[in-house]
Every structure is written in C-alpha cells, then in structure tokens.
Design a protein. Structure first.
Length: 330
C-alpha cells in the first residue's frame, strides 16, 4: 500500500503535463493568423474584408498589420507574422535568407502601376542610353528596367544606375540628380505629378505577369492551420467579386482609397493599373509552365535575375515556394 501514493502522484503529474500541453496547443490554435500587408492595390483590397468582418463570418481569426513594404518583409523574416504580401520575386529573396514563404494566393499582376518615369525630353526607353537611372537595385523595379532595356535593344551597361529606395524616387527625379527613375504606385504617380514634363516611357503593362503579387505563408503555419488558410482564400475571392461587381465596386473603391488617404476617383486610376485575378485566372496562373503566364515561369525568371545580380548566391527550388492546392481546390 505504501506504493499507492507515489503512483498517484506520478499519474497526477503526467495528467498535469498533458493538460498543460493540450492547453498550449489550444492557445496556439486560438491565436489569430497575423498577416502583414502594405500599400499596393492588390493588397489594400484586403481592407474590404476587414471593414466588413468577412473573416469573422468565415470562422477564421485574422489580424492584419499595416507596414511599409520592406518593413513587412523584415517582420515576416523575423517570425513576427504568419504571412505577408510580397511579389513573387521578393518571396525568393526573403526565403534565400532562411525565412521561406509559400505562395498560396496570387492576388494580381502589375498592369501599368510599375513604371520607368523619365524627365522632360526623354520620350522612350531607347532615349535612356547614356542616362542615369534611379532604381532600388536588386528589387522588382530593377527587373522591370532590365526587361524594358532588352526590349529596346539596350543592356544595363548602356545606362548608369544609382541605387535609390523606391519611396524616395519622386524626390530624386525632381532634384535633377537622375534622368529617370523606376517605381511603383503611388511613388510612380507622385513622380509624374511632381516633375513637369515627365513621362512614363515603359510600364509593367508591357510585360504582364513579370511581377505577380502574392500572399506568402510560413511553412509552419500552412502545415498546422491549412484549414484556416483555406477560409482566408475564400474570403479573398469574395473581395475580388465585390470589386468587380458593378453594384459594389464604388463601395470597394471607397474603402480602399480611405485606407491610403486618397480620394476614390484618384484611387480608381491606380486600381486600373493592377490586374486583380479572378479565381479562374488565378487557377490558370497556378499551373506549372514556362514564361510569365505562369507563376512558376515568372518566378524562375526572378530567380535567374536574383542570382545574376548577386541578390543571393544559389538558385532557389521554385516548387518549394508555391503551393497551388488551395487555389486549385476551390
């Protein structure tokens, strides 16, 4: 009988440990999915779902955090977010440093918002030969520039590049220190507005699909909470339908414009430079393929660019960065 008390104590200790583990798992499951997003139309669109409590209706707890773009990637890399909105190319950059994201949604592709804006007197990309261009080297604008130069029969050696953070490009162009800049909205639009006679000599509309904008999720979060991410995806396509419905588009525009502090009529032009993908269009993009019509092909182009320009050393395993199952399963 003397052994009964120690056994009871041992069983009680085991039960307490199990209870604590169960409580910990439950607490983790109850935590909201944390998503970082920033000022790009295909990501500002999430604001519609936030404003209308659609995540709550879908039965998933989500917490969106607003960042400057690069800061959002830094927060994701630091493990402070479950997911972040990025371009497909920048998803590789973040992953190469050890913070891999898995692209489960393609929100849109840039369809004019990314621009090469040149000062007065420069009318074409060919006119940039021998000129100085401000661009954030190693980021998506650099890729857009190289693609435009190639189309015009030029190479990077035909121009002089100055490394300029994208959010500073309007001021740099206005200063006269460079002849052109590469930026995306709202920075590209600001440059056009601030510099008299300036012209967009090339835009992402010339290469649709070169720049895809995505939702990238940490592998751990995707593995443990895939059902919740499926709910997030369903909410996203509810947003897409709301934006494209003529009866509700004005309300969607109003919500999105308010988030970034612009009049709705001004934001309409910015939204028009973004091709937000319907579910059917996204499903086509998520198919394996070469070239910019496929997320896989476009991401391979970005990977080649990143290695060539020493953004990182080794080519990335593209397939490990893309999980089409949620999109294709809808």
């Amino acid at each position: 009988m003397n052994n009964v008390t120690p056994i009871k104590k041992m069983l009680a200790a085991v039960a307490a440990t199990l209870a604590a583990a169960v409580f910990s798992l439950a607490a983790q499951a109850a935590e909201p999915l944390k998503i970082g997003y920033s000022d790009w139309p295909g990501w500002v669109a999430w604001e519609v779902a936030i404003e209308k409590d659609w995540f709550e209706e879908a039965g998933v707890d989500v917490e969106f955090e607003w960042f400057d773009y690069v800061a959002s990637m830094d927060a994701f890399a630091a493990g402070k977010l479950d997911a972040v909105t990025m371009t497909n190319g920048d998803t590789l950059v973040t992953g190469s440093s050890g913070a891999q994201g898995v692209m489960i949604l393609v929100n849109d592709f840039s369809n004019g918002n990314d621009m090469i804006v040149a000062r007065s007197g420069i009318k074409s990309v060919a006119d940039l030969k021998g000129k100085t261009i401000g661009v954030e080297v190693g980021f998506v604008g650099h890729l857009l520039l190289l693609n435009a130069l190639e189309a015009a029969g030029l190479t990077e050696t035909d121009v002089k590049l100055v490394n300029v953070p994208t959010n500073e490009t309007p001021q740099v162009l206005a200063s006269g220190d460079v002849d052109a800049i590469v930026a995306w909205q709202p920075n590209s639009g600001q440059a056009l507005a601030q510099v008299p006679g300036s012209t967009a000599v090339a835009t992402s509309k010339n290469a649709p699909g070169l720049i895809y904008d995505v939702l990238a999720v940490s592998p751990a979060s995707l593995a443990t909470r895939k059902a919740d991410w499926e709910k997030v995806a369903k909410v996203w396509y509810r947003v897409v339908d709301y934006i494209y419905d003529e009866d509700t588009q004005a309300d969607a525009l109003s919500i999105m414009a308010a988030r970034v502090g612009l009049p709705a009529e001004q934001y309409k032009a910015i939204l028009d430079g973004t091709k937000i993908l319907s579910l059917e269009e996204a499903q086509a993009v998520m198919q394996q393929g070469e070239g910019i019509q496929s997320l896989y092909g476009s991401t391979k182009i970005s990977d080649d660019f990143n290695v060539k320009y020493e953004v990182y050393a080794d080519p990335q395993a593209i397939d490990s960065y893309i999980d089409p199952s949620i999109t294709l399963g809808m």
